[in-house]
Structure formats: structure tokens, C-alpha cells
Ligand binder design. Structure first.
Ligand SMILES: NC(=O)c1ccc[n+]([C@@H]2O[C@H](COP(=O)([O-])OP(=O)(O)OC[C@H]3O[C@@H](n4cnc5c(N)ncnc54)[C@H](O)[C@@H]3O)[C@@H](O)[C@H]2O)c1
Length: 355
């Protein structure tokens, strides 16, 4: 039987949008039909968001985007002031980005594994599969353990995920920086871009927090916990601070709804109409017929008072195809050059709340 090393040979390489100018390609798509025309419009809306210097840009991430090779796209967005806050699943930020920052990699699985008939063999070797990608489960367990170590060293109290993730950035800083060229957590930490993971326990950090709390409860000592209400409060503060906001949503799930709902929360806090998200783009493969949140269109969100309908665009595409084109287009159009970093993380460290 083959051993683990035989399968974990070809690492996923993250696409670099700075290398290819996709502007002529994406511009040509506006004269086509179907998804190509939608994609051009989405790219144009993202570029407009960046040129609108009064607009705060929130990036929402669901699915397995980092393991799929999109990590550097998001890192380049942070580096170039193309995003002011991130709302994500824990899988992208901890299991995949922090995992790679610890020096681990994701690997290409050959086509024969996609059918699932060889998953039993993978189980024996402790290799986890995400469709056509492999992960060494023993390395993922190291990642779980490091999250516990970080929680053990934190002052025991409730934290927003944003605060907890700053501790992850600080951990990387203290330990010589990430063991990879690009890290979302680290770059965001350095540039004061807040990252929110509203379902923070639903990832590798969940195994760390369970172990941390179990040990502390056994010793009758106080422990770290996550305050999801605080996440929502903090993100709403950003909406109150930056009246105009734009959403670039990749996939659906909790990040999509959480970021959209801050308009409603801002209305509750001010007892006044808060401006809907002025710009919104969503890239998804979800099927609108199920009536679920992930597939709901941005027009539907406007019926809830969350998204304005002037600059909104759904792109029905798998993210690894659409994201390099949309973000690459805006990158090479250079609209972001007139923006400065909002440093929203520092703003949230200040005690005074905006109302
Ligand atoms: N994805 C993983 O491998 C993984 C691993 C560990 C934990 N989790 C946890 O599971 C929970 C749910 O994760 P989720 O929100 O990613 O669920 P999900 O995978 O159901 O994705 C949510 C939505 O995004 C869309 N989507 C996902 N990937 C896409 C892509 N590549 N292109 C276009 N659209 C895409 C899907 O169609 C779906 O509607 C989270 O808390 C996460 O941390 C996920």
C-alpha cells in the first residue's frame, strides 16, 4: 500500500492576480451574454466601490476558498486597501489560512479520488479530502492544538471573534511570523483589518476551545469564551461609522447574512433609517429555487431593506473561476490607489461606541 507521502506531493499554488492584467478580457465580456456579462458588471461594481472613497468594503467568505488556491487574492486585497473588514467562516480563516501560516500545505488530489471510492484508503492514511484537495489530518490536529495553546494564554473572559483573531495574529508575530509568504490572519493583524468569524467554534478553533474549556472547568478556573453578540455589535459599529458600505460576498452562509443584517441592526441602534449596503456582489453556485439564504438574490435582500438595487450583481459561478477575474479586474484598474487603510480594527479597540 502507498504511504501518505505518495499522496501529498503536489501542493496547491495560490493564484497571483497581480501577475496577469485581466482588464481587456473582463471588459470584452460585457459584450457577451449570460454569466460573462454578469461577471463584467460585478467586476465593474467592485471597482466602483473602491473608487467611492467614502465607502467601507466588507469581504464575506464561505466555502473552501483558501484551500482551493484563492488565499493570495484575499491577502493582496488587504495589502492594497481593497477591503476594510472580513466576515468569514472559520474553515477559511483557521483550518486553512492559519493552518498554512503554521507551515502546512494543501495538496492536489488526482481525479480518481473525486468519486469517493478510495476514501477508505485515505482514512487509513489520515488524509482528509475536500473534493480534489488533500490535507494531512495529523497536521490539522497540530493546528487544533495550537488554537488551544493560544486560548490558554489569553486572559479568561468572553471575546468577540475579532478580538480572538487578533490574538492569532499576535501569536504568529511572536513566533517569527507566518511560515508561508502570505497569510490572511497575519496581514489583517498588521494592517488593522478586522476579521469576524461569527460561528467561531465551527472549525479547528472549536476543537481548541472545547479542550481549553474542559481543562479549565475541571480545574474550577475561569476560561475564554466567544461572544457572538459582541461580533454583531462591533460589525454594526462599523456600519454606523461608515454610512456607505459595499459587500463583496464569495459563497453564502453565515457571513452573507451577518454582514447584510448590520443595516437592520444600525436602524435599531439609531432608531432611524440606516443606508442600505450601497454596492453588493455575490458569487455563488447555490440554486435560488431552494429559497434558502445562501441562494437568495440581492434583489430579494432589497425587499428586506438590506441592499440597494442600483449597484448589485449576482454571479452564478464557482468561486475559483470568478474571483480572480473580479478582483484581478479591480486590481489592474487601480481605483484602489485613491483609498487609504481605514484601520477599522483599531477603531474597535477604542472604548467609545458610535450611536
Ligand atoms: N468548507 C469546509 O471545508 C469546512 C471545514 C470545516 C468547518 N466548516 C464549517 O462549516 C460551516 C459552514 O461552512 P460554509 O458556509 O462554507 O458552508 P457551505 O459549504 O454550505 O457554503 C455556503 C454557501 O456558499 C456557496 N459556496 C461554497 N463554496 C463555493 C464556491 N467555491 N463557489 C461558489 N459558491 C460556493 C455554497 O453554494 C453554499 O450555498 C462553517 O462554520 C465552516 O467553518 C467548513
Amino acid at each position: 500500500m502507498a504511504n501518505k507521502k505518495d499522496y501529498l506531493k503536489r501542493a496547491i499554488q495560490h493564484i497571483d492576480i497581480t501577475k496577469q492584467n485581466v482588464v481587456p478580457l473582463v471588459d470584452a465580456m460585457q459584450h457577451m451574454a449570460f454569466s460573462a456579462r454578469d461577471l463584467h458588471r460585478a467586476a465593474d461594481i467592485y471597482d466602483r466601490m473602491l473608487r467611492d472613497t467614502g465607502c467601507g468594503v466588507i469581504l464575506c467568505l464561505a466555502g473552501s476558498l483558501v484551500s482551493a488556491g484563492l488565499k493570495k487574492v484575499f491577502v493582496d486585497m488587504i495589502r492594497n486597501n481593497m477591503v476594510d473588514a472580513i466576515v468569514s467562516t472559520g474553515a477559511n480563516i483557521i483550518d486553512q489560512d492559519f493552518f498554512e501560516a503554521l507551515g502546512f500545505k494543501h495538496y492536489i488530489a488526482e481525479d480518481e479520488f473525486k468519486s469517493g471510492t478510495r476514501d477508505g484508503e485515505l482514512r487509513e492514511l489520515m488524509i482528509d479530502r475536500i473534493y480534489d484537495t488533500f490535507i494531512d489530518e495529523e497536521e490539522l490536529r497540530v493546528c487544533d492544538e495550537v488554537t488551544q495553546k493560544i486560548f490558554d494564554e489569553m486572559e479568561p473572559r468572553p471575546y468577540s471573534s475579532r478580538e480572538a483573531l487578533r490574538e492569532f495574529g499576535a501569536y504568529l508575530e511572536k513566533n517569527g511570523g507566518p511560515k508561508t509568504a502570505d497569510s490572511i490572519i497575519y496581514e489583517a493583524y498588521k494592517r488593522d483589518v478586522p476579521i469576524f468569524v461569527p460561528a467561531f467554534s465551527d472549525c479547528s478553533a472549536g476543537f481548541g476551545i472545547v479542550a481549553h474549556q474542559h481543562a479549565r472547568i475541571g480545574q474550577n478556573r475561569p476560561y475564554v469564551s466567544f461572544d457572538s453578540g459582541r461580533d454583531f455589535y462591533e460589525l454594526t459599529q462599523l456600519k454606523l461609522k461608515s454610512k456607505d458600505t459595499g459587500l463583496l460576498m464569495i459563497g453564502g452562509g453565515v457571513p452573507k447574512n451577518f454582514a447584510q443584517d448590520i443595516v437592520v441592526a444600525a436602524e435599531i441602534l439609531t432608531e432611524d433609517d440606516a443606508p442600505m449596503h450601497k454596492y453588493a456582489v455575490q458569487v455563488t453556485v447555490a440554486d435560488v429555487r431552494d429559497g434558502a439564504l445562501s441562494s437568495s438574490t440581492l434583489k430579494e435582500a432589497s425587499s428586506w431593506g438590506k441592499v440597494d438595487t442600483v449597484y448589485e450583481q449576482m454571479v452564478f459561478s464557482e468561486a475559483t473561476l470568478a474571483v480572480p477575474l473580479i478582483v484581478g479586474y479591480a486590481y489592474h484598474k487601480n481605483g484602489w490607489k485613491s483609498r487609504t487603510g481605514r484601520k477599522w480594527a483599531s477603531l474597535l479597540e477604542q472604548p467609545a461606541a458610535v450611536a
